[in-house]
Design a protein around this ligand. Structure first.
Ligand SMILES: *Cc1c(COP(=O)(O)O)cnc(C)c1O
Length: 450
């Protein structure tokens, strides 16, 4: 079978059987689906042999590029030992080594690691732990959660309950528990009084003052609210929220599923605000973006609340079949080692310096409203009118069309509405940064015109 008839066959079967996530399947065939077959470094290669720069790290998770020798070798070596064993009642070598390594690298105070398999479950675990923790500390009234307005914490029912994106979450409202809300510091579109960050913190203070005694935890994406459109928080914002949590005895859950593992320039985003959370949720980049793996880190103090004899029923009754999967843990250990041996964060600064002038040029395009950035997380918000900040009608699918155009320039992206997202692997070279920037510039110019 030649490659084009094979391609047609694969597409036909895809259209017939594969239900794609976050995808309007009726429109899917017109999106000219690509069928990815292999990869090399920061490039994905489709079944027709076409190469594309992976501009969003395969949905925000790839860290060191694809087919990274050290990661491939670590997984193969583990495969020669065992692919999967359970952590329910058994321990395993890679999960032990990884837990210790995560504790060494995480902010001080986080000494206990609970493994699961996705960002959603990492958050779900933190929510349930926080809830149960207060019951077992004899404070059952502390049972509610507070979250940011435009939050995204995953797609399971608990993590959607603390999410706040109307488009994704509105449908399910009747199924969810109610959470308290703090407005998102979205400075570009702030219409309220005064300084955006300060105004949001004022509301936070009121919520904590009125409801603090009922709050189990605050859950927040530190520094950048990713899925909401790469919304960046002003300096000091996270720090102030952390102070409010301490003052009102509210546990702090930092969801670093997107920001973790170097994306914002430091290994963890919380480091930039010297914040020590009670829970740190990790997934996406944890295994270098290779395999589904997540971890919820917490403190001795939280862990202690769960101790007692079996009859006391203080056990955390939660777990997943593939919790702490050895192949994924082996990949994660190799990934963490690379951060040190390849000086990933130092090298990233040089790549970002190469990207900076390209982003500055993009910011000058007539339909670019704002370019937001923290480290390797970039959001380019497109607007119909720069002066009035008027949005494009949703039906125009402006972000989507820019991404299709970028594809013609050899770059794969996925937008968030009218926000073009760049979130390249940390292994992006300076040359590739220039390719990425030029492709995005050309794509935006072509689609949005003068
Ligand atoms: C992607 C994401 C999640 C959900 O992770 P999944 O692995 O897709 O379940 C949770 N929180 C944040 C901040 C994310 O970006």
């Amino acid at each position: 079978m030649d490659s084009s008839s094979r391609h047609e066959r694969l597409l036909r079967l895809d259209r017939t059987h594969v239900w794609h996530p976050f995808t309007q399947m009726q429109e899917w065939p017109t999106d000219e689906p690509l069928v990815i077959e292999r990869a090399e470094g920061n490039y994905l290669i489709d079944d027709l042999g076409r190469r594309y720069l992976d501009g969003v790290s395969s949905l925000w998770c790839n860290v060191h590029g694809h087919r990274k020798r050290e990661l491939d070798d670590a997984i193969r070596a583990q495969l020669d030992r065992v692919a999967h064993t359970t952590l329910l009642g058994l321990a395993s070598v890679p999960s032990i080594e990884l837990a210790a390594e995560l504790v060494r690298l995480a902010p001080p105070g986080l000494t206990r690691v609970f493994f699961s398999d996705s960002g959603s479950t990492a958050v779900e675990v933190a929510l349930k732990m926080a809830f149960q923790c207060w019951r077992q500390r004899g404070r059952p009234e502390k049972s509610r959660f507070v979250a940011l307005q435009e939050a995204y914490h995953g797609d399971t029912v608990g993590s959607v309950s603390v999410g706040g994106m109307e488009l994704f979450h509105g449908t399910f409202r009747g199924l969810l528990f109610q959470a308290e809300r703090i407005p998102t510091p979205y400075a570009y579109r702030w219409t309220g009084p005064g300084d955006c960050g300060a105004a949001c913190l004022d509301v936070a203070e009121r919520v904590f003052a009125e409801k603090g005694h009922q709050l189990a935890a605050l859950v927040v994406e530190p520094l950048v609210q990713g899925a909401a459109g790469m919304l960046t928080q002003p300096p000091g914002f996270l720090r102030r929220l952390a102070e409010l949590c301490r003052q009102h005895e509210v546990l702090l859950i930092c969801d670093e599923v997107a920001t973790g593992f170097g994306r914002t320039g430091t290994l963890f985003a919380v480091e930039q605000e010297q914040v020590r959370p009670d829970f740190l949720c990790l997934a996406k980049g944890l295994s270098g973006g290779y395999l589904p793996l997540a971890a919820t880190l917490t403190t001795e103090s939280v862990h202690e609340a769960f101790l007692g004899d079996v009859a006391s029923q203080r056990t955390f009754f939660h777990g997943h079949t593939f919790t702490g999967n050895p192949l994924a843990c082996a990949a994660a250990l190799a990934s963490l080692r690379l951060f040190e041996t390849e000086h990933v964060l130092e090298r990233l600064q040089r790549t970002l310096a190469a990207l900076a002038p390209k982003l500055a040029r993009i910011a000058e395009l007539p339909h670019v409203g704002e370019v937001r950035q923290r480290g390797a997380m970039v959001g380019i918000e497109l607007v119909q009118d720069r002066r009035t900040k008027a949005s494009y009608p949703t039906a125009e699918r402006i972000g989507h069309r820019v991404c299709l155009a970028a594809r013609r320039h050899g770059v794969l992206l996925r937008p968030l509405g009218a926000v073009v997202v760049l979130m390249p692997p940390l292994s992006l070279t300076m040359e590739e940064a220039a390719v990425l920037g030029d492709a995005v510039h050309a794509a935006i110019a072509e689609v949005t015109g003068p």
